[in-house]
Design a protein around this ligand. Structure first.
Ligand code: LIP
Length: 298
């Protein structure tokens, strides 16, 4: 099955309605109210609440009713059976992206609902009800913010004159257990920011991959780099970014084409020529202080 532009637009409309009418009010109502009732997942900074799980079930129920033949991968229900993303249309959903922000009431939590076909993000909806920011797109149909066309300002793209989203992430093993991802990330941050290195204008952090991707799609950020997040964190934002002329490559050097579940990403804004995007990417990669390695746990 190859979904037509109109079919993709119809799916986008369903996801927009689901996000704004059923998910957003629950997300907004409960933000900041779960500070004494969250659970740890992989560690004590990888958090989940009953609201994450409740929202995922709401989304799953609606999408299974609308699209019974489509596959579904959700952050809170995935198992090792989800490891292989097939060519079939598959919803890839993070019910609450920025769960830590949600727990703290910091207004950068959102729901992120994407669809891939043949592994490619073809529909994306990201909704932050706290700031009334509804980003949505489908392949070939353009990207929108609150119903208005989303187009980044045309301006030169250059590493030194950039602000880039960099995240602390939830995997923080430092100097032990043979996992040097955290140390590689910190060394990369230093290389990018130092006056002896990239000397970039600055780093920013939404605490949500989906929101970072949307800030890049808007052109407010020039790029976003993260290792350790997941397909559900980036799938929707990837489609939205692509529809604004942006591109997503691997977070490790020389990985120009990656699957949606790579778990290590570099997203670069549109509003600039492809040659300047590629020059930016290669210069950025020159600062990555090693090879990040992530695995699918489940
Ligand atoms: C979050 C990601 C973010 C990452 C956090 C966390 P969650 O997703 O969106 O990019 O830095 O560690 O993984 O867990 O809030 O859905």
């Amino acid at each position: 099955m190859v979904l037509s532009k109109q079919e993709l637009k119809n799916i986008e409309t369903v996801l927009v309605e689901l996000a704004t009418k059923e998910v957003g009010p629950v997300l907004k109502e409960n933000a900041g109210k779960m500070f004494d009732s969250f659970d740890d997942k992989a560690n004590q900074v990888d958090l989940v609440t009953a609201i994450d799980k409740q929202i995922e079930q709401t989304i799953l129920k609606r999408l299974k009713a609308e699209y019974p033949d489509f596959h579904f991968i959700g952050e809170e229900s995935y198992t090792s059976a989800d490891r292989e993303i097939s060519d079939a249309p598959t919803f890839i959903v993070d019910p609450i992206d920025g769960t830590t922000n949600f727990i703290h009431g910091y207004p950068y939590s959102c729901t992120s609902m994407g669809l891939v076909e043949k592994g490619v993000p073809v529909v994306g909806v990201v909704y932050n009800p706290h700031l009334n920011q509804l980003y949505h797109a489908s392949q070939g149909n353009g990207a929108f913010l609150n119903g208005e066309p989303l187009k980044p300002v045309e301006r030169p793209l250059g590493l030194q004159r950039s602000i880039i989203a960099l995240e602390s992430g939830s995997e923080r093993s430092s100097g032990s257990s043979g996992d040097d991802n955290f140390d590689i990330k910190q060394a990369t941050y230093r290389s990018l920011l130092s006056d002896q290195g990239g000397y970039i204008h600055g780093s920013r952090s939404c605490g949500s991959a989906a929101m970072n991707m949307c800030m890049v799609a808007s052109g407010y950020l020039d790029a976003y780099w993260e290792g350790g997040c997941w397909a559900w964190d980036v799938c929707a934002g990837w489609c939205i970014l692509t529809e604004t002329g942006g591109k997503v490559v691997g977070g490790n050097a020389n990985e120009w084409k990656i699957p949606v579940d790579e778990r290590c990403y570099l997203a670069v804004r549109g509003g600039a020529s492809e040659s300047s995007q590629d020059k930016f990417i290669e210069e950025f990669w020159s600062h990555v202080a090693g090879k990040l390695k992530y695995f699918w746990q489940g």
